[in-house]
Design a protein around this ligand. Structure first.
Ligand code: GLA
Length: 367
């Protein structure tokens, strides 16, 4: 990375920072409803090497896995969204200037191993890694929660994806041996240890890519929740604790809200299951979460359902579900300790015979 930077810009970078992708164990589409989430981190990460410049020019480059480079440049103050990877960086400098953060131009190189469109937060990993680089290079006084909030605003206000706060908080605050139990209403969080002597984790990318921008299903689900909130006369769906309060809503809104209300309870139950080491219970909650996302929230796709179905055929698997925003992406599952690789290999092998995309195992990380 540092050598590639030197080759591009003629000197070594002032700093190199990184941020991983995340996988959500349970608590989906709850974050923009003031609810609970339970994500952890994946090994794949995004790296950013950066050096400040003395002028207002920004030179950006991304390096693909095969070493090929794509370049892009702009001037601070002239940020314009163009529907590409450069938008995330432009959004950051645009927002940070508005927030009065003193930054100059810079040269930067990005390299990402978090697959895009896989429901594992490649965009939040890029934003957090880049924010860490800017914080270090320009000695900015920002803590990890402030970074998460700024990154979310870039997505909402510049990129046009109305995402919640889960991904940025998970990536900015999380670690690999814990799940981050986050209350998205007040941003209080607790780290729950992952009991590796009782479980193993697998993540499989279906190969069906999703997008969270304007016009996509993600934003329309968010609007449907807002409409349900309005009809129920509450501030957020988090305020509803029991599903029976939803009777009387038009069918569509009832289904959407029922997912959110029941999912919030599942997260609370999942935290209890994790803390008491009850993996069977956690697995059952993950299965219920998938059914709810498929039937009530309607964000699954046939390839994902097949992967989950194949996962549940494995006797060593406690549970599996669609993870992330949906409309493609990945599944997450838990199984008996040290069994994830063999279990995931069998799931991928069987599922590939049932659909056209090529699913890939992301966790455990293939060596
Ligand atoms: C995407 C968004 C998150 C969250 C999930 C669904 O990952 O970025 O804020 O809403 O979808 O749980």
């Amino acid at each position: 990375m540092k050598n590639a930077f030197h080759k591009l810009y003629g000197s070594m970078p002032a700093c190199t920072t990184e941020a991983p992708g995340r996988v959500n164990l349970i608590g989906e589409h709850t974050d923009y409803n003031g609810g609970f989430v339970l994500p952890t981190l994946i090994p794949q990460k995004t790296l950013v090497s950066l050096s400040p410049r003395t002028d207002r020019k920004v030179h950006l480059a991304t390096m693909d896995r095969d070493g090929s480079i794509r370049r892009f440049h702009y001037y601070l103050g002239e940020e314009t969204a163009q529907d590409g990877w450069g938008d995330y960086v432009q959004g950051l400098t645009w927002l940070w200037a508005r927030e009065g953060q003193p930054i100059q131009g810079f040269d930067a190189l990005i390299s990402s191993h978090v697959p895009m469109g896989a429901g594992l937060s490649s965009s939040a990993a890029l934003l957090v890694a880049f924010s860490r680089a800017l914080r270090q290079a320009f000695s900015l006084d920002l803590d990890d929660v402030q970074i998460a909030l700024l990154c979310q605003r870039v997505e909402n206000e510049f990129v046009g994806a109305r995402v919640g706060i889960m991904d940025q908080m998970a990536i900015s605050l999380g670690d690999h041996n814990h799940a981050l139990f986050l209350d998205t209403r007040d941003l209080s969080s607790r780290r729950i240890p992952l009991p590796w002597d009782k479980m193993d984790l697998f993540v499989i990318n279906s190969g069906v890519r999703h997008r969270l921008m304007e016009g996509g299903g993600y934003n329309s689900r968010r609007s449907e929740c807002e409409e349900a909130t309005h009809l129920l006369n509450v501030k957020q769906l988090r305020d509803i604790e029991a599903p029976h309060r939803l009777t009387g809503l038009p069918d569509l809104y009832q289904k959407r809200a029922r997912h959110v209300v029941t999912e919030n309870q599942r997260v609370l139950d999942a935290v209890q299951a994790l803390e008491s080491g009850d993996m069977k219970r956690l697995g059952q909650l993950m299965r219920e979460s998938h059914t709810s996302m498929r039937d009530d929230y309607e964000v699954s796709v046939p390839e994902i359902d097949i992967l989950v179905e194949e996962a549940l055929r494995e006797p060593q698997v406690f549970g599996a579900r669609l993870t992330g925003g949906g409309f493609g992406g990945s599944i997450v599952g838990i199984c008996e300790p040290k069994q994830a690789l063999s279990v995931a290999s069998r799931i991928v092998e069987r599922a590939s015979q049932r659909f056209d995309e090529t699913p890939t195992i992301l966790v455990p990380e293939p060596s």
